[in-house]
Design a binder for this molecule. Sequence first.
Ligand SMILES: NC(=O)c1ccc[n+]([C@@H]2O[C@H](COP(=O)([O-])OP(=O)(O)OC[C@H]3O[C@@H](n4cnc5c(N)ncnc54)[C@H](O)[C@@H]3O)[C@@H](O)[C@H]2O)c1
Length: 307
Amino acid sequence: MRILLTGSSGWLGSALAPRLRALGHDVIGLDPIASAKTLIVGSIADRDLVMQVVSENRIEAIIHSGALHKPNIENHGNSDFVATNVQGTLNLLDAAVASGVQRFVFTSTTSLMISQAIRAGFTGGARKAAWLTEEMSPEPRNIYGVTKLSAEHLCRLYHIEHGLPVIVLRTARFFPEADDMAHAIEQSDANTKANELLFRRLTVEDAAAAHIAALEKAPQLGFDIFIVSAATPFQPDDCEALIADAPSVVARYFPEFPALYAKKGWTMFSSIDRVYDAARARERLGFVCKTSFADVLAALAAEAGTA
Ligand SMILES: NC(=O)c1ccc[n+]([C@@H]2O[C@H](COP(=O)([O-])OP(=O)(O)OC[C@H]3O[C@@H](n4cnc5c(N)ncnc54)[C@H](O)[C@@H]3O)[C@@H](O)[C@H]2O)c1
């Protein structure tokens, strides 16, 4: 297929482009930042450019991952976010319809599901972890979430009005940088990322694989939204205990975890405030992340010689 990949110079785009090429696809990368993966240096906010690129390259599928995202909040205004994330998405959808594109995959974010109340650990008024599925009505707390949710709505509208097959992937975190969040384990970024695989992270390899699964299934599914995150071991019944005492909940599912963590000098977060449930992606998209917390424990066991 001839695929337009936006955000091709980014972390996800760089992981995705070679995988698509290995599957035999022609990938036309579009990004304002030049890189070996980017054929066209330009912006999705440039409507004429987008219309021209899609039609002249006889694009058959669009994977739309280019965006201003959370790290950009500090140095970009709200109108930049709207121009890139909302108008840019609209330009791509219009170009897709005009050129008869049959598959559209949009990289969204689980972060749009986090309201101020959820962030504070209050769900339904009580202190418990939020169990997050695609059924909830998001109330994004910042311009990033607001513009990503608006773009999701545009995707849904274009499916309804034009029959464009669109899959929205609400992707959990896969960034490689150290965490700036309050819960981060100061001593070890690897420790933080391992903990997060329980409830809010996936590898960039899994993020790329989810986009390929969505590309393949889009015509069959028509329109759908999927949370993409490593499979969680937790259940909705765990939500109160996850806020009060997360390590004991983790030990219930993984009895070997306390000893393996102690040996490595790692710690578990004392409290977990949300769980992204990726069950719908498993059931409807047939996609499950390859890497989960169990793999981290297996690696720790191998390292400790107890495997
Ligand atoms: N990194 C994460 O943990 C995470 C989590 C959830 C969702 N996402 C989403 O995944 C996608 C990729 O993120 P990433 O982590 O690879 O970030 P990244 O910053 O490495 O890549 C984003 C790319 O988008 C490009 N871009 C910015 N403005 C553009 C424009 N006007 N036109 C075309 N491209 C533009 C950037 O130049 C960059 O190369 C984004 O849509 C982001 O919102 C990321």
